[in-house]
Design a protein around this ligand. Structure first.
Ligand code: ADP
Ligand code: MG
Length: 241
C-alpha cells in the first residue's frame, strides 16, 4: 500500500530523515515510534504528500507521489484520512460541519445525504447527538473522536494518526487505542500511527518501526521488536517489557 524508497529529507542543512526504506502492507497497522525530534512527523507528512522528500521515492498504491503537483496529490489524498496531534478541528465550525468538511468540498452529495453520513461516522466513533456542539465544548478525548470521524467520512484506504493520544490521560488513551483497533477491523484500512508511547504501539500495531535521529533503525512484529538487542531500542522499551 505504501512504499518508501531511499528517502531523505533535509530542512536546510539539517537532515530530518536519512535514507529511509519502508513498506507498509495493505490492511496493516504500523506504529512508528521514536523520541521527540527523531523524524516521526516528518515521515508521516511525507507519506501524506504535505512535504516533498529531498531524495527518494514515495509510492501510494501504484502512484509515486513525490513528484506530483498539488492537484494530483489532492486526488490521492482522498484515499487518506488524517488524525493530527491537536485534533486540528475548525474551532469556528460545529462538530457536524467539521466532520462534513471534506464531503462538502469534494462531493456533490445532497445536504441530507451528508447529514446522514456525518451521523453515521460520529456513531462509529462512539458519539451521538453532538453535531451542533462547538469543538470548545468537547473534552480532549471527544475531539480526537470527532477528528477520527472526519478522517473516515470519505471512506479512506489509509488512516494516518500523529500522536493521537498526546495530551490525554491514560484511561482516555486506552479508549483511543481501542478505537484505532476497532476502526481498523471495521473498515479494513491500512493504518500508520506515530506515537512516542510504546505501550500504545504494542497494543494497536502489527509491526513497530523505530526512528532514531532521522534513521529507521528497527522494524519488526510487536513480539520480535521486544526482543531486539539494539541499545537504542532497549532504552525505549525500558520499563515496559
Ligand atoms: P518528531 O515528530 O519525531 O518529534 P519531527 O519529524 O517533527 O520529529 O522533526 C524532526 C527534525 O526535523 C527535528 O529536528 C525538527 O526540528 C526538524 N524539522 C521538522 N520540520 C521542520 C521544518 N518545517 N523546518 C525545519 N526543521 C524541521
Ligand atoms: Mg511529531
Amino acid at each position: 500500500m505504501i512504499r518508501i524508497k531511499n528517502v531523505s529529507k533535509y530542512f536546510g542543512k539539517k537532515a530530518a530523515l536519512k535514507n529511509v526504506n519502508l513498506e507498509i502492507a495493505d490492511g496493516e497497522t504500523l506504529a512508528i515510534i521514536g523520541g521527540s525530534g527523531s523524524g516521526k512527523s516528518t515521515l508521516l507528512r511525507l507519506m501524506i504528500g504535505l512535504i516533498k522528500p529531498t531524495e527518494g521515492e514515495i509510492w501510494i498504491d501504484d502512484d509515486e507521489i513525490s513528484q506530483m503537483d498539488e492537484d494530483e496529490i489532492t486526488s490521492i489524498r482522498l484515499k487518506m484520512g488524517m488524525v493530527f496531534q491537536y485534533s486540528a478541528l475548525f474551532d469556528s465550525m460545529s462538530v457536524g460541519d467539521n466532520v462534513a468538511f471534506g464531503l462538502v468540498e469534494h462531493t456533490d452529495f445532497s445536504k441530507e445525504k451528508i447529514r446522514e453520513i456525518v451521523r453515521e461516522k460520529l456513531k462509529q466513533v462512539g458519539l451521538e447527538g453532538v453535531e451542533n456542539l462547538m469543538p470548545n465544548e468537547l473534552s480532549g478525548g471527544m475531539k480526537k473522536r470527532v477528528s477520527l470521524a472526519r478522517a473516515i467520512a470519505f471512506g479512506p484506504e489509509i488512516i494516518f494518526y500523529d500522536e493521537p493520544s498526546s495530551g490525554l490521560d491514560p484511561v482516555t488513551t486506552n479508549k483511543i487505542d481501542e478505537l484505532i483497533i476497532s476502526t481498523q477491523r471495521a473498515l479494513k484500512v491500512t493504518s500508520v500511527v506515530v506515537t512516542h508511547d510504546m505501550i500504545s504501539a504494542c497494543r494497536i500495531a502489527n509491526r513497530i518501526a523505530m526512528v532514531y535521529n532521522g534513521e529507521l533503525i528497527a522494524i519488526d512484529t510487536v513480539e520480535n521488536f521486544k526482543k531486539i538487542e539494539d541499545v537504542r531500542v532497549k532504552e525505549f522499551l525500558r520499563g515496559i517489557v
